[in-house]
Design a binder for this molecule. Structure first.
Ligand code: F6P
Length: 335
């Protein structure tokens, strides 16, 4: 796992660009560094595009030297900055982006981002033939075709640090806490941080709770001697979900406290795992482009590198396997 593989060189690219798009994720800098250093080791000049697709459309393309990426491995965020670019949904804007790339002499592109960003990459390649490789970069880990994504491990650890602290105060005051973590379409952060943090209940977009059921379960466990409880809630697509759940528990006579972890989960130094994953995927993106591969995302399945057609990734989302939710449910049974 994570060892550099040699691939037959079929393309003589001299200039490859990289951009980060969508929500930033810890480890994106490690991927940029790996792309630059692997590129230079193959005599390819690497260019960084600022602010994702927005910068691409404006032609904000700058050379990245080996020294420019020194000491960024351990930094959260992305040195290239990121953006959610609605204009990129327009085919004419995607053509404009490719014209900017061609004007700058760029021959191929690496896009690091989530499903929306990879869908943009797929459409751009399909319409214009411009070679693109995508890397999964999102704390949500909801990208179809890969078991892991850059930033997920760090986000789980960050959430866990907060959950452990909340547990201390919940325990001291015999309180019920609802802790909201990120995850718009899937509950990977909620489930992993919930299981690792010993949360009593984990509510994900895939597994919604009926407030009456939750109330009954909380009362049952209180009667059985449990004095404090943590309910982890993935934010889901509709804002205010956790507040609404808290309100329905208040109406039933409970006094929950709500803590929304929000964007704290997106920042901070990447874990060792995310640095390794990002370094490996970044290096292999260059090797695959030089081997003539494109219109694919590089991901991980069963600890091995996999190539997933971007057409398979686009428009889909990976949901939490039922077994993970079942594990959370079994482990909470201390009554
Ligand atoms: O990048 C994914 C994510 O962090 C989601 O978990 C969250 O719903 C969303 O981004 C927040 O986006 P923004 O920072 O644009 O508000």
């Amino acid at each position: 796992m994570f060892g550099l593989q040699s691939l037959p060189k079929k393309c003589d690219f001299n200039r490859i660009a990289v951009l980060t798009s969508g929500g930033d994720a810890p480890g994106m800098n490690a991927a940029i560094r790996a792309i630059v250093r692997t590129g230079h080791s193959e005599d390819v000049d690497i260019f960084g595009i600022q602010r994702g697709y927005s910068g691409l459309v404006e032609g904000d393309v700058r050379p990245l030297s080996t020294r420019a990426v020194a000491h960024i491995l351990q930094r959260g965020g992305t040195i290239l900055k990121s953006d959610r670019c609605d204009a990129f949904r327009d085919p004419a804007v995607r053509w404009q982006a490719v014209e900017q790339l061609r004007d700058a002499g760029i021959e191929a592109l690496v896009v690091i981002g989530g499903e929306g960003s990879l869908t943009g990459a797929m459409l751009m390649q399909q319409e214009t033939g411009f070679p693109v490789i995508g890397l999964p970069g999102t704390i949500d880990n909801d990208i179809y075709g890969t078991e892991d994504s850059i930033g997920f491990d760090t986000a789980v650890d960050t959430a866990l640090g907060s959950i452990d602290r909340i547990r201390d105060t919940a325990n001291s005051h015999d309180r019920l806490f609802l802790v909201e973590v990120m995850g718009r379409n899937s509950g990977f952060i909620a489930a992993y941080a919930g299981i690792a943090g010993g949360a009593e209940f984990v509510m994900t977009p895939e597994n919604q709770f009926d407030p009456d059921w939750l109330y009954d379960e909380l009362v049952k466990s209180h009667r059985a001697g449990k004095s404090s409880s943590l309910v982890l809630v993935a934010e889901g697509a509709v804002p205010g979900r956790t507040q609404a759940l808290a309100q329905s528990l208040i109406e039933r006579g409970l006094e929950p406290r709500v803590c929304i972890l929000g964007h704290t989960q997106r920042g901070g130094a990447p874990t060792g795992h995310d640095r390794m994953l990002a370094s490996y995927l970044g290096a292999m993106a260059i090797r695959h482009l030089l081997a003539g591969d494109s219109n694919i995302m590089l991901g991980i399945a069963r600890h091995q590198l996999v190539q997933v057609p971007l057409t398979d990734v686009a428009g889909k989302s990976k949901t939490l396997p039922p077994g993970v939710t079942d594990l959370a449910a079994v482990l909470r049974r201390s009554i």
